[in-house]
Design a binder for this molecule. Structure first.
Ligand SMILES: [Cu+2]
Length: 256
């Protein structure tokens, strides 16, 4: 009596775990990725990015605030990109190799990689448009919504968990005296502040939002939901059956 009760707990627990593969199988199209954007170079800015991916189509929803607001009496342009091909990380202050107090684009590259996609407001989204100020979002705070096509390199980074969203453009007054006198290492006609990273975040797969999107994408209304449940229950039942068999076998061996 006691022995059979003791077996129930682990079997039930594994049954619940068994539900998870069923849900994953049902999720056939679309995946969601999110990044928390944290300040770099003491910008004090922050934000969030969601990337909803269906095939090579990425719908990007982004909110950033606390950025440098204006430059030369105009809204400050903040070029932004999906970087990839690096370590899939945001750099720390230790990446400041020349000791000017600013981690510039190139100093950050070993961490987040090169520009793979430009998150422009219109037109070109390739790396070529990376420093086109006219198609960059601007101002101290902005909301960005755009559906774009991702190339193979960017897709690989996003799916591999090494895609990093970086928004550039610092308030020149916040830089060290040395850095205020420097020009951008990537656009020599601009001051260093204009291109240096202000916020950074690694895009990570978000399980919570992939599950409902998978169920919704079946397009069959309630029957889609029902088949999702059946898949989950089926997988769970298999797991319970397998574990139950093992448990029974083990008990028999111990007793015999
Ligand atoms: Cu960038």
């Amino acid at each position: 009596m006691k022995k059979s009760l003791r077996l129930l707990a682990p079997v039930a627990a594994l049954g619940v775990i068994g539900l998870l593969p069923g849900v994953a199988i049902a999720q056939t199209s679309g995946a969601s990725y999110q990044a928390q954007l944290d300040a770099l170079n003491g910008s004090g800015a922050s934000g969030t990015v969601t990337l909803q991916l269906t095939g090579d189509q990425a719908t990007i929803t982004e909110k950033v605030s606390g950025l440098a607001a204006s430059f030369m009496n105009a809204p400050y342009p903040h070029v932004q990109h999906i970087h990839g091909g690096g370590m899939g990380q945001c750099p720390t202050a230790a990446a400041d190799k020349n000791g000017d107090g600013v981690v510039n684009v190139k100093e950050g590259a070993p961490s987040y990689g090169g520009i793979q996609t430009t998150l422009s407001t219109s037109g070109d989204t390739s790396p070529t448009a990376g420093t086109e100020l006219k198609i960059a979002p601007s101002g101290g705070s902005f909301t960005y919504n755009r559906t774009i096509t991702l190339d193979a390199a960017t897709l690989a980074s996003v799916k591999g968990g090494t895609a990093v969203v970086v928004v550039h453009g610092l308030d020149p007054a916040s830089l060290s005296a040395q850095a205020q006198g420097e020009m951008s290492e990537i656009v020599p006609s601009l001051p260093l502040a204009a291109t240096s990273p202000a916020v950074c975040g690694v895009l990570q797969a978000s399980q919570m939002s992939t599950i409902p999107s998978g169920a919704a994408d079946t397009g069959n209304g309630s029957s889609g939901g029902a088949s999702t449940e059946l898949l989950a229950v089926g997988t769970g039942a298999l797991a319970v059956a397998a574990v139950g068999g093992v448990a029974v076998a083990r008990r028999r061996r111990t007793e015999g």
